[in-house]
Structures are given as structure tokens and as C-alpha cells.
Design a protein around this ligand. Structure first.
Ligand SMILES: Cc1cc2nc3c(=O)[nH]c(=O)nc-3n(C[C@H](O)[C@H](O)[C@H](O)COP(=O)(O)O)c2cc1C
Length: 328
């Protein structure tokens, strides 16, 4: 079963290909833009629990509830079960549909705090967190895990077992260890193992999904219930529409330069609307590099990116890129 509607806990989703949580990327502006490409569901950036517990209003920086609850879940990172419980109660009140627990982040600063993928070393703490959330939140609960701390301590089967014992609904699995971060390829064999171990449960795979073929092959191989796209969609958000068309048997060409320039403008306007012109344009620069990557002449023009400060600067840049193509 792949690329199809997804149903869990009485909720339905048009597609089982979701946008992964990405710190610094999947903010309100990115999600507003990503809606053009119809992901099945999306997640906020990871929201740090200690800060959130002390100031629940911080939530508003990450998600507009209850409006965004229809297509966006919150991912929480922390390690204190009581704090998880407190926040889950708040989220329940505010109409959140999906809450995800981060047991996968391997950024050194996060591991030092014993958050994120550090929890893979602490199965009993995981259990307490899962239980605390399940007892206080009636929506969909998931956990996003890595394969273990390192290759000598792979425990994704055990952590998933605990998650399901405690009533979590979905496991998102990024099959690398915490120690590896991104240094080695995602091990889809482990995803397949997990799905085989829990054939009746919902498992989503994640890792190294960059092309339509990657998605199809890894899906056929692992037989997961869904996929989470991360870097592939971060650099090319239209990946969601391309995959849908590809899996229907079409062979969609990559978006033309004109389409990419249009996308870029739409995303920038979302950023400006949410963050103001100066901040929005500044943040847009990294996306511009990604969205235009591979286009003729763009390498040379990259040096102008840091100087762009206003929407007008960007429009001028777009005009130059476009004219270059017309005369090339
Ligand atoms: C810039 C960036 C930010 C990320 N932020 C988060 C995060 O907030 N929460 C999380 O669970 N994973 C985070 N991840 C991990 C991704 O969700 C995903 O698991 C990982 O990138 C593997 O998928 P990929 O190989 O398709 O990129 C982040 C990854 C990147 C590259």
C-alpha cells in the first residue's frame, strides 16, 4: 500500500506523504507556501519544551491554533514527562490534532541537554513521556525516532514497542543512529525490519528521499504506511506534487525556470507577510539558492544574494535571471 489516503484515530488525510519537522525551515511561512503542493500533513519545527512549559504563549510563534490544526502537527522536544503532560493538556485545549515527540534530533547542543535522540538511550524515560502524553492528549500521538544511539546499541524495535504499548498511534522512523547524524546513508533495511515487526501498526519511513524513484523504490521495499519528506522537500517543495504525479504513472518534468521564479515570489511573500520585509527577504536568500539550483547562470548570480534586502531587490534579481535565460 503506498501513496494513498491515510486514516488514523478517526482522522483522514488525503495523502500519506507528509512534511517532516525541520528546525529553521517548517515555520508558518514555509507551511503557507507548501500548501500549494498539497502535502498530506505537515509538522512545525521542533518546539523546545523547557521554554514552552514556562511560557505557553510561545506556542503562537510556531503555529496558529486552532486554524492550522487541520493540516499541521506540533513536534515537541524535551525530556521531562511532567512538562510533556502539562503541554499536552494545553494543546488539547487549543484543538491540536497531532502531537509528535522528538526522539531523533542529534544536534550536539540538543544531545548535551539529554533531549532528542539522547532519549534513545533511556527507554524507561521514553515510556514515562509516552504515557504522560497519552494520558492527557486525545488526538494523534507519534514519536520520531532514530535507529539507536550508535550501531552497537540499535534499539528502534524496543523503543517502538514501548511506544505502541503506551498507546502511541504512529512511529516516524529515520534509520540512522544518533552518532551518525547524516554521515552515512539511511538504512532502509531497518525500516523494513520495523514494519515487519509491527505489521498492524502505523510506521512512516524517512531518510534520503530526494527523487521520485527514491520514494517509490523505498516504499515498495519497506512497505511502510507513509513517508516523511525532509531535505528533498526543503530544497524543492514542489517535490510533493511531482511524487503524486509520478506514482500515478506520469513522468513530470522538473519545474521550468519561470515556474521556479513564480514559486520563489509566492514563498517570499508568505515570509514577508509573517515576518516583515527585512527578515522575510533575509530568510528567503537560502531558499533562492536552493530553488534555482542547477539553472543556467545562477551560480554566477549567487554572489548577489547576500546584498538583497528588499522585495524590490529580489524582483530585480529575478528579472536578471529571467533575461539571462531569454538570451542564452
Ligand atoms: C535543517 C534540518 C532541520 C531539522 N530539524 C528537525 C526537527 O526540528 N525535528 C526533527 O525531528 N527532525 C529534524 N530534522 C531531521 C529531519 O526531519 C529528517 O529526519 C532528516 O533530515 C532525514 O530525512 P532526509 O534524509 O530526507 O533529509 C532536521 C533536518 C534538517 C536537515
Amino acid at each position: 500500500m503506498y501513496a494513498s489516503p491515510f486514516f488514523v484515530k478517526g482522522f483522514s488525510f488525503e495523502s500519506n506523504i507528509f512534511m517532516a519537522p525541520l528546525a529553521g525551515i517548517t515555520d508558518k511561512a514555509f507551511r503557507a507556501f507548501l500548501r500549494c503542493f498539497k502535502p498530506g500533513f505537515m509538522f512545525t519545527e521542533m518546539v523546545p519544551l523547557p521554554a514552552l512549559f514556562h511560557r505557553a504563549s510561545l506556542l503562537e510563534d510556531y503555529i496558529d491554533l486552532p486554524v492550522e490544526a487541520k493540516d499541521t502537527g506540533i513536534q515537541i522536544i524535551g525530556n521531562n514527562p511532567e512538562w510533556f503532560e502539562g503541554i499536552a493538556i494545553e494543546l488539547e485545549k487549543r484543538g491540536l490534532k497531532w502531537l509528535d515527540i522528538n526522539c531523533g534530533c542529534s544536534v550536539p547542543k540538543v544531545l548535551k541537554q539529554k533531549h532528542g535522540a539522547y532519549l534513545m538511550r533511556e527507554p524507561e524515560r521514553c515510556r514515562q513521556i509516552f504515557r504522560a502524553i497519552r494520558n492527557s492528549f486525545s488526538g494523534i500521538c507519534s514519536v520520531k525516532i532514530r535507529a539507536g544511539w550508535d550501531r552497537s546499541s540499535l534499539n528502534y524495535l524496543r523503543i517502538s514497542e514501548i511506544a505502541f504499548e503506551e498507546g502511541l498511534d504512529v512511529v516516524f522512523f529515520h534509520p540512522r543512529t544518533a552518532r551518525e547524524r547524516f554521515s552515512s546513508p539511511a538504512e532502509w533495511q531497518w525500516v523494513k525490519n520495523l514494519k515487519m515487526a509491527f505489521p498492524q501498526k502505523y510506521i512512516f519511513g524517512n531518510g534520503d528521499l530526494f527523487t521520485e524513484e527514491d520514494v517509490q523504490q523505498k516504499w515498495q521495499y519497506s512497505e511502510v504506511n507513509g513517508m516523511l519528506l525532509a531535505r528533498g522537500a526543503m530544497k524543492a517543495p514542489w517535490f510533493f506534487s511531482c511524487i503524486r504525479r509520478y506514482l500515478r504513472g506520469e513522468n513530470p518534468p522538473p519545474p521550468s525556470l519561470q515556474q521556479r521564479l513564480e514559486y520563489l515570489m509566492v514563498h517570499m511573500d508568505c515570509l514577508i507577510e509573517k515576518k516583515g520585509e527585512r527578515k522575510g527577504v533575509k530568510e528567503m536568500r537560502k531558499f533562492m539558492g536552493w530553488y534555482l539550483s542547477g539553472m543556467y547562470g545562477v551560480k554566477k548570480l549567487r554572489r548577489y544574494l547576500p546584498g538583497m534586502k528588499t522585495r524590490k531587490d529580489v524582483v530585480r534579481f529575478i528579472q536578471i535571471v529571467y533575461n539571462m535565460h531569454l538570451i542564452s
